[in-house]
Ligand binder design. Structure first.
Ligand SMILES: [Zn+2]
Length: 186
Protein backbone atom coordinates (compact mmCIF):
# COMPACT_ATOMS: atom_id res chain seq x y z
CA UNK A 1 0.00 0.00 0.00
CA UNK A 2 1.64 3.23 -1.09
CA UNK A 3 -1.12 5.73 -0.61
CA UNK A 4 -1.79 7.88 2.38
CA UNK A 5 -4.54 6.34 4.48
CA UNK A 6 -6.11 9.51 5.77
CA UNK A 7 -7.70 9.53 9.18
CA UNK A 8 -11.16 9.20 7.75
CA UNK A 9 -12.10 6.84 10.58
CA UNK A 10 -12.63 9.73 12.98
CA UNK A 11 -14.11 12.41 10.72
CA UNK A 12 -15.79 10.47 7.95
CA UNK A 13 -19.21 11.94 8.75
CA UNK A 14 -17.98 15.50 8.10
CA UNK A 15 -16.43 14.72 4.70
CA UNK A 16 -18.48 15.25 1.53
CA UNK A 17 -19.03 12.30 -0.80
CA UNK A 18 -15.92 11.81 -2.93
CA UNK A 19 -16.29 12.11 -6.71
CA UNK A 20 -14.29 9.95 -9.19
CA UNK A 21 -12.06 12.93 -10.02
CA UNK A 22 -11.30 13.50 -6.35
CA UNK A 23 -10.56 9.82 -5.83
CA UNK A 24 -8.13 9.93 -8.77
CA UNK A 25 -6.39 13.05 -7.46
CA UNK A 26 -5.86 11.28 -4.11
CA UNK A 27 -3.44 8.87 -5.84
CA UNK A 28 0.17 10.09 -5.66
CA UNK A 29 1.68 10.38 -9.18
CA UNK A 30 4.08 7.48 -9.92
CA UNK A 31 7.19 9.69 -10.42
CA UNK A 32 6.68 11.48 -7.14
CA UNK A 33 5.95 8.24 -5.29
CA UNK A 34 9.15 6.71 -6.71
CA UNK A 35 11.24 9.74 -5.66
CA UNK A 36 10.00 9.51 -2.05
CA UNK A 37 10.54 5.73 -1.94
CA UNK A 38 14.07 5.96 -3.38
CA UNK A 39 14.97 8.81 -1.03
CA UNK A 40 14.09 6.54 1.91
CA UNK A 41 15.63 3.43 0.34
CA UNK A 42 12.16 1.81 0.31
CA UNK A 43 12.22 1.67 4.09
CA UNK A 44 10.35 3.36 6.91
CA UNK A 45 11.96 6.77 7.57
CA UNK A 46 11.89 6.33 11.36
CA UNK A 47 15.53 5.34 12.01
CA UNK A 48 14.72 2.94 14.86
CA UNK A 49 12.14 1.15 12.69
CA UNK A 50 13.38 0.81 9.08
CA UNK A 51 10.56 -1.64 8.23
CA UNK A 52 10.53 -2.60 4.54
CA UNK A 53 6.74 -2.69 3.95
CA UNK A 54 5.93 0.98 3.52
CA UNK A 55 3.23 3.56 2.78
CA UNK A 56 3.62 7.16 1.63
CA UNK A 57 2.32 9.59 4.23
CA UNK A 58 1.32 13.25 3.81
CA UNK A 59 2.91 15.17 6.72
CA UNK A 60 0.40 18.00 6.28
CA UNK A 61 -2.80 15.93 5.73
CA UNK A 62 -3.99 15.48 2.15
CA UNK A 63 -7.55 16.19 3.31
CA UNK A 64 -6.32 19.71 4.20
CA UNK A 65 -3.91 20.50 1.33
CA UNK A 66 -5.52 18.41 -1.48
CA UNK A 67 -2.02 18.36 -3.03
CA UNK A 68 0.81 15.87 -3.45
CA UNK A 69 4.06 17.78 -2.90
CA UNK A 70 7.49 16.23 -2.51
CA UNK A 71 8.47 18.19 0.62
CA UNK A 72 5.28 17.02 2.33
CA UNK A 73 5.62 13.28 1.63
CA UNK A 74 7.42 10.77 3.83
CA UNK A 75 7.89 7.02 3.57
CA UNK A 76 6.49 5.24 6.67
CA UNK A 77 5.56 1.64 7.56
CA UNK A 78 1.98 0.85 8.51
CA UNK A 79 2.70 1.04 12.27
CA UNK A 80 4.56 4.36 12.12
CA UNK A 81 1.96 5.66 9.66
CA UNK A 82 -0.77 4.93 12.20
CA UNK A 83 1.25 6.62 14.97
CA UNK A 84 1.69 9.70 12.76
CA UNK A 85 -2.06 9.90 12.14
CA UNK A 86 -2.75 9.40 15.84
CA UNK A 87 -0.40 12.29 16.69
CA UNK A 88 2.14 10.07 18.47
CA UNK A 89 4.79 11.17 15.94
CA UNK A 90 4.13 14.90 15.60
CA UNK A 91 4.47 16.94 12.42
CA UNK A 92 7.78 18.57 13.35
CA UNK A 93 9.30 15.14 14.12
CA UNK A 94 8.08 13.92 10.72
CA UNK A 95 9.80 16.86 8.98
CA UNK A 96 13.00 16.07 10.91
CA UNK A 97 12.86 12.38 9.90
CA UNK A 98 12.18 13.42 6.32
CA UNK A 99 15.19 15.79 6.36
CA UNK A 100 17.41 13.03 7.81
CA UNK A 101 16.65 10.55 5.03
CA UNK A 102 17.19 13.31 2.48
CA UNK A 103 20.67 14.11 3.87
CA UNK A 104 21.60 10.43 3.95
CA UNK A 105 20.39 9.98 0.39
CA UNK A 106 22.36 13.03 -0.79
CA UNK A 107 25.34 11.95 1.38
CA UNK A 108 25.81 15.42 2.90
CA UNK A 109 28.02 15.66 5.98
CA UNK A 110 26.93 17.14 9.29
CA UNK A 111 29.10 20.22 8.58
CA UNK A 112 27.37 20.71 5.22
CA UNK A 113 23.92 20.35 6.80
CA UNK A 114 24.88 22.81 9.58
CA UNK A 115 26.05 25.38 7.02
CA UNK A 116 22.83 25.09 5.00
CA UNK A 117 20.62 25.34 8.09
CA UNK A 118 22.53 28.31 9.53
CA UNK A 119 22.26 30.13 6.17
CA UNK A 120 18.53 29.33 6.11
CA UNK A 121 18.07 31.31 9.34
CA UNK A 122 19.71 34.47 7.93
CA UNK A 123 18.41 37.23 5.69
CA UNK A 124 18.70 36.69 1.88
CA UNK A 125 22.21 37.38 0.59
CA UNK A 126 23.88 36.69 3.98
CA UNK A 127 27.43 35.35 3.56
CA UNK A 128 29.71 33.14 5.67
CA UNK A 129 33.49 33.54 5.27
CA UNK A 130 35.02 30.09 4.78
CA UNK A 131 38.75 29.18 4.61
CA UNK A 132 39.70 28.33 1.04
CA UNK A 133 41.83 25.33 2.11
CA UNK A 134 38.78 23.73 3.75
CA UNK A 135 36.43 23.97 0.78
CA UNK A 136 37.01 20.25 0.16
CA UNK A 137 35.03 19.58 3.39
CA UNK A 138 31.87 21.03 1.85
CA UNK A 139 32.49 19.72 -1.64
CA UNK A 140 29.15 17.91 -1.91
CA UNK A 141 26.91 20.92 -1.33
CA UNK A 142 29.12 22.96 -3.69
CA UNK A 143 28.91 20.24 -6.37
CA UNK A 144 25.13 20.09 -5.86
CA UNK A 145 25.00 23.82 -6.65
CA UNK A 146 23.43 24.75 -3.31
CA UNK A 147 25.93 27.53 -2.57
CA UNK A 148 27.22 30.62 -4.32
CA UNK A 149 30.95 31.24 -3.71
CA UNK A 150 32.28 34.77 -3.90
CA UNK A 151 36.00 35.37 -4.20
CA UNK A 152 36.96 38.84 -2.87
CA UNK A 153 39.05 41.01 -5.13
CA UNK A 154 42.59 41.90 -4.01
CA UNK A 155 42.97 38.71 -1.98
CA UNK A 156 46.06 37.55 -0.09
CA UNK A 157 48.55 35.53 -2.12
CA UNK A 158 50.38 32.70 -0.38
CA UNK A 159 52.19 29.69 -1.87
CA UNK A 160 51.32 31.08 -5.28
CA UNK A 161 47.57 30.97 -4.67
CA UNK A 162 44.85 33.30 -3.43
CA UNK A 163 44.35 32.22 0.20
CA UNK A 164 41.68 34.76 1.13
CA UNK A 165 38.44 33.23 2.43
CA UNK A 166 35.55 32.50 0.09
CA UNK A 167 32.19 34.02 0.95
CA UNK A 168 29.37 31.46 0.92
CA UNK A 169 25.69 32.25 0.42
CA UNK A 170 22.66 30.24 -0.62
CA UNK A 171 22.12 29.84 -4.35
CA UNK A 172 18.64 29.62 -5.89
CA UNK A 173 19.04 25.81 -5.85
CA UNK A 174 20.04 26.00 -2.17
CA UNK A 175 16.90 27.98 -1.32
CA UNK A 176 14.79 25.45 -3.22
CA UNK A 177 16.49 22.56 -1.38
CA UNK A 178 15.75 24.18 2.00
CA UNK A 179 12.13 24.73 0.99
CA UNK A 180 11.86 21.09 -0.06
CA UNK A 181 13.09 19.86 3.33
CA UNK A 182 10.82 22.42 5.07
CA UNK A 183 13.84 23.87 6.89
CA UNK A 184 11.60 26.55 8.43
CA UNK A 185 9.90 23.74 10.39
CA UNK A 186 13.16 22.31 11.79
ZN1 LIG B 1 8.06 2.34 10.83
Amino acid sequence: MVRCLQSYRTNRKELPVETDTEKESRDIPADLRRRVLVEAGHRCSIPTCREIYVDIHHIEPWAKTRKHEYHNLICLCANCHRMAHDGKIDRKSQYLYKANVRYVHDKFSQLEVDILLSLSRELPGFEIAFPVFNLILINRIIAAGLLTLRQPSGGTMQFGMDTSPRFLSLSAAGKKFLEEISAHEL
